[in-house]
Design a protein around this ligand. Sequence first.
Ligand SMILES: *Cc1c(COP(=O)(O)O)cnc(C)c1O
Length: 404
Amino acid sequence: MINVNKIREDFPILKREINGKPIIYFDNAATSQTPLPVIDTIVDYYSNYNANIHRGVHTLSQEATYAYENARIIIQKHFNASKSHEIILTSGTTFGINLVAAGFDSLLKREDELIVSALEHHSNIVPWQMLCERTGAILKVIPISLKGELILEEYEKLLSTKTKIVFVGHVSNTLGTINPIEKIIAKAHEFGAAVLIDGAQAVPHIKPDMQKLDCDFYVCSAHKVCGPTGVGMLYGKEEWLNKLPPYQGGGEMISEVTFEKTSYAELPHKFEAGTPNISGGIAFGAALDYMNKIGFENIASYENELLSYATEKLLKIEGLKIYGTSKNKVAVISFNIDGIHPYDIGSIIDKLGIAVRTGHHCTQPIMDFYNIPGTVRASFSFYNTKNEIDVFVEAVIRAKNMLV
Ligand SMILES: *Cc1c(COP(=O)(O)O)cnc(C)c1O
């Protein structure tokens, strides 16, 4: 069970007013809000032990190194990776995908095939398109149904021994669909293809188990799970991380440098060139600790309640259509109202203190599929309430009456 009033006390921003109204934050799929234990972790770092890591013999540096490496272990345990050096700390999902895509340069030849899904965020499309341009490999796309679900029979037809890597999202940021990644991973492995899962939208709602999933790579960002921006994780199976070349050269990622030859550091440092976001990494660990204290099962059941409640209320509005109607979805609702541009709804309800996202949500292929310019997207978190949904639905009705 979730005590939402108590949880809301942890989030100072929820006390804010926007345009004279109490804030209603329904843009959690873009970034989540930050609870006090995470804010305090960052303040504590800069107040008490700010130092560069892995290098100094002095006490501050040792304390900072310990906290940073401890965060890696918190992350490892959370995702049930078998080894802590399979966790690469990155600047976020986008960086993790680019790292892997760049690494595949040397592993692909012309006519090799890559499989993506039509549900992907641009971050999980563009780096692979760039890879195809460099290597002559070919990109194939898993189509979706009107409900916004991947069509698995079509996926199976795309797979062959030419397939080298499959990259799909765990959860769609636009439609909320939870993809059957277990099946997708197992099928790809039958053909010897690697699989990368974009977990950016899954990790706020689901606790994924790397060993059970058996995926080769999994990426996410801290800022969507109550952590800070500019930090994230790339999980990679040890054998894959050993196979991929380093992504960036610099300090920290070497074991020996001469002008004749440089040898690279062991994992995970091989992929962590330069001074990282130290406070961010430590705060990422604090964010996962915070969410685990609440419990992911509690989070999922509470958010599902919010999702059904909001879906039912919104569908009573005449002319309102919801995109993404899979039974397996997280608390994300994308919708439009007949004859009204999503942007206009977003602007009017902002005046009433409500934050939603409007536009294509970095998923233009989904917009093209439904033949729409964009949607209004309300995405809920465990700190939102049914009362907020009531106010939001009233605001949407008011916007509709003003605009038609
Ligand atoms: C947010 C998001 C990304 C990009 O994450 P960044 O933190 O901006 O790197 C990628 N994929 C999905 C599904 C997302 O929701």
